[in-house]
Write a protein that binds this ligand. Structure first.
Ligand code: HEC
Length: 457
């Protein structure tokens, strides 16, 4: 524990990141796809002489600027804030490894935000051709932000053998490009670009659904239809790209999905399977609803319809991102760092010298077993569990007495390959005394019959 632990009762730490991230993803992917959308729409309008589109695109670009420039930027900073508090060790690793990656990212953000502002405020003020160039500048800069962040995000799931072989030696930066263009880089990039294009279509439908049929009838038909076509590439290509992505994910991670399939209804991983099904189903429903309501009857397409599509897209994006997070378990950085910030190579040392011995944030004067146990829990379990809320420890231990809890901890500590927990929980680390104190603390979470056991140390 090189950093203090933040405690969030109820939803727990994973969902603090999750909620901000899902909100941000909906907007940031739109920021990328929407830039291309605006530039291509303006080009199309110029080529085909559709002057009626210009004021409507101007209106859309205002909405675009507010949504991405304010909500996108603020939620992006929100993610930094949250991961800095919740996963400081992993955040530090990402910062150290990708210093120049982040530097490039900030440059493109600057170009992106500046050109979005210039684009909106120069409608009808500069020659049309130049205005379109600003639109392309925005589009290219925002695609570049995705090209870069994708390297860092995919690194967390699959850092790749080259980087892993030097992890912790101080030589990591020599393997920057290996880490960046890691095994899931390309399929993930294509997948995300498809998501960007469909979100550009979805958000455009939100704007154009509000057009009044009487005054903008013909423009509405054309714009709604054209926006719907932005969803097509994703629905045609998604299954193939998804299969490609899955092929690049290590077998152990995929095992979590299989675990869910085989234990559906009862097992602990049912929820991941459900989430994956939810993602597939909501994606398919978006396609159906968009075709039926927007493409077939564009004149009657209303803000209510658009909101329904947006809501479905939110569920699809949210569940897909949740599944991506879930299959990374028990790591925050694949095969290198567990979700509770313990590095794989530190396990033996912690077991020998103690987990709390070198911890900067463990209180130094702990004499009670309960205090040691609580600190162990905060350091090693709280990144995924809460006491009484999400993945509630109280609930998981309800049926277990002191001895049964000891068995669970023993299994977790030994972390054998065939342990039922091996694939989704990190090993418990520490000296036998520390683990015993954790056992005492956990046994006391629930009232009797467990309580009597506390005295038995
Ligand atoms: C990487 C995240 C992660 C960490 C860290 C973690 N767990 Fe878990 N744990 C899980 C997941 C995921 C489940 C299954 C959740 C479910 O069934 O919904 C789980 C389930 C459990 C269960 C129930 C298992 C069963 O057989 O019913 C216990 C007990 C448990 N964890 C204890 C702990 C303890 C103690 C620690 C800290 C030493 C810990 N966990 C750390 C992710 C984690």
């Amino acid at each position: 524990m090189n950093y203090p632990n933040w405690e969030v009762p109820g939803i727990g730490l994973p969902w603090v990141i999750g909620i901000i991230a899902i909100f941000h993803i909906m907007i940031s992917h739109f920021a990328v796809g929407g830039g291309l959308y605006l530039a291509m729409a303006e080009r199309k309008a110029m080529k085909e002489g559709r002057t009626d589109w210009f004021p409507l695109l101007e209106r859309h670009s205002k909405f675009f600027l507010i949504l991405t420039g304010i909500f996108g930027a603020v939620s992006g900073v929100g993610i930094w804030f949250a991961i800095g508090l919740i996963q400081p060790e992993a955040t530090s690793t990402l910062i150290h490894n990708f210093v120049f990656g982040w530097a490039m990212e900030w440059v493109f953000f600057m170009v992106e935000l500046t050109s979005a502002i210039v684009y909106y405020y120069t409608w009808n003020r500069i020659p049309q051709a130049l205005h379109l160039k600003v639109g392309w500048l925005y589009a290219i800069a925002s695609v570049c932000t995705l090209v870069i962040i994708n390297g860092i995000l995919t690194f967390m799931l699959t850092p790749g053998q080259a980087w892993l072989s030097v992890a912790g030696t101080g030589n990591e930066s020599a393997y920057f490009w290996n880490a960046f263009f890691n095994p899931t880089y390309w399929p993930s990039l294509v997948l995300r670009i498809l998501v960007c294009l469909s979100l550009a279509g979805v958000w455009a439908l939100v704007t154009f659904s509000r057009l009044d049929e009487a005054t903008h009838g013909d423009s509405k038909v054309k714009l709604v239809r054209w926006s719907t076509s932005w969803l097509a590439p994703a629905f045609i290509l998604m299954p193939f790209v998804f299969a490609w992505y899955a092929a690049m994910v290590p077998a152990t991670n995929k095992h979590l999905l299989e675990l869910g399939m085989s234990t559906i209804g009862s097992g602990s991983f049912t929820q991941i399977t459900r989430v994956v099904l939810m993602s597939v189903m909501s994606t398919a429903t978006v396609a159906g609803v968009a075709y039926l309501f927007a493409y077939k009857y564009p004149r009657d397409f209303s803000p209510g319809h658009a909101t329904a599509i947006l809501f479905l897209a939110l569920i699809a994006t949210g569940s897909t991102e949740y599944a991506r997070e879930a299959i990374r378990k028990p790591y925050v950085i694949g095969s290198h760092m567990y979700s509770n910030s313990v590095r794989v190579r530190e396990v033996a040392q912690f077991n020998k010298e103690g987990y709390l011995t070198h911890s900067l944030w463990a209180p130094k004067d702990m004499t009670l077993a309960m205090d040691v146990g609580r600190t162990m829990f905060r350091g090693q379990c709280m990144s995924c569990h809460t006491i009484g809320g999400y993945r509630s420890m109280k609930h998981f231990l309800e049926e277990r007495d002191y001895k049964a809890i000891g068995n669970v901890l023993k299994m977790l500590h030994e972390n054998k390959k065939d342990s039922p927990y091996h694939n989704f929980m990190p090993p418990v680390v520490g000296t036998p005394e520390e683990i015993l104190d954790l056992q005492i603390y956990l046994a006391a979470l629930n009232p009797p019959p467990n309580k009597g056991a506390v005295a038995s140390r």
